[in-house]
Design a protein around this ligand. Structure first.
Ligand SMILES: Nc1nc2c(ncn2[C@@H]2O[C@H](COP(=O)(O)OP(=O)(O)O)[C@@H](O)[C@H]2O)c(=O)[nH]1
Ligand SMILES: [Mg+2]
Length: 322
């Protein structure tokens, strides 16, 4: 009987679904499973799709997945993993149900894996779970991973940081001055999609975006974020959007930016893990023995510094000689 790790590595969909459920539950065993899958990761192209609710992200992700599945001139068909991240909804939330229905036409395709994930309410928990789910999909052999995330707050920025390429989705009809566009969002955009280009005002939104982009050029080794107009339900412009994503991937690889981003991502991840482990150690040390150590300090048996050393299992006498 193969282990869950072996089954995920072999691309078994049910095993993958089980693993992601465990990740969501924060099952402690997942860390070990992900550790043994680590060598298989780092192969996928991870694309974040973000923007305000209702801009058409889910529809666009669906359309993009179809394009990547089909391939195109000079591009072979790719397998696609989709993570729909909703920081606000509980697991059975309406939005997620809607996404499932919308993505129904991709169901039955073994080269597509769709999964919704929601926040557990813990700070940074969603981006951590998303990162783990991305690793699981990557290890299972999905070549392109699309992460749909609602453009609200820090969660979105954290989730976007898991991606190689970030697509920010805008639409016409949100006011001429693009009120919906928060300052930070343009900074994380590698590619801009002006979706709902069938509605009036798409050209003007694209023009305003161009002006804003020209003003604050992103530090990314000379990459100019392209602006692509799309009509997600009909697929208009989606080939072009897929091409823009591929161009950005090529740019990342050629410029060395891919490696730099990956190192940055790993550094942030290690830093968060380290902080978590040290925090847990602090809690356990103080929880068990703080009162006792305080008694010794009050009785002048130990200085506070010596007491701390002892709590950390250092020799309380060491360093006293100086
Ligand atoms: N007119 C028009 N409607 C669209 C387009 N893309 C999506 N929609 C509609 O916009 C609504 C929200 O789409 P959805 O993909 O759920 O947006 P999300 O909240 O960003 O994921 C749905 O009713 C879609 O059918 C588009 O390009 N043009
Ligand atoms: Mg959606």
């Amino acid at each position: 009987m193969p282990t869950l790790t072996e089954r995920v590595a072999a691309g078994d969909r049910r095993a993958l679904a089980q693993l992601i459920s465990r990740i969501e539950r924060e099952d402690p065993e997942t860390q070990e499973i992900l550790a043994s899958l680590h060598a298989l990761t780092g192969r996928a192209l991870v694309v974040g799709i973000t923007g305000a609710p209702g801009t058409g992200k889910s529809t666009l992700v669906n359309a993009l997945a179809k394009v990547f599945r089909t391939g195109g001139p000079g591009e072979r068909a790719r397998t696609v993993g989709i993570l729909a991240i909703d920081p606000s909804s509980p697991f059975s939330g309406g939005a997620i149900l809607g996404d499932r229905i919308r993505m129904r036409d991709l169901a039955g395709d073994d080269g597509v894996f769709i999964r919704s994930m929601a926040s557990r309410g813990c700070l940074g928990g969603l981006s951590r779970a998303t990162g783990s789910a991305v690793r699981a999909l990557d290890a299972a052999g999905f070549e392109i991973i699309l992460i749909e995330t609602v453009g609200v707050g820090q969660d979105e920025v954290d989730v976007a940081r898991q991606a190689h390429t970030v697509v920010v989705v805008e639409t016409p009809g949100l006011g001429d001055d693009i009120q919906a566009l928060k300052a930070g969002v343009l900074e994380i955009a590698d590619v801009l999609a002006v979706n709902k280009a069938d509605l009036p005002g798409a050209d003007s939104v694209a023009g305003s975006l161009r002006m804003m982009l020209d003003r604050n050029e992103k530090s990314g080794g000379g990459w100019q974020p392209p602006i692509v107009q799309t009509v997600a339900p009909t697929g208009k412009g989606v080939q072009e959007l897929a091409a823009a994503i591929r161009n950005h991937r090529d740019h990342l690889l050629k410029s060395g930016e891919a490696e730099r981003r990956e190192r940055e991502r790993v550094e942030r991840d290690l830093d968060a893990r380290l902080r978590e482990r040290l925090f847990a150690r602090w809690q356990s040390v103080r929880g068990n023995r703080l009162a006792e150590a305080a008694k010794k300090v009050v009785a002048r048996e130990f200085s506070p510094e010596e007491a701390v050393r002892e709590l950390l299992n250092d020799d309380p006498i060491a360093g006293k000689t100086g």
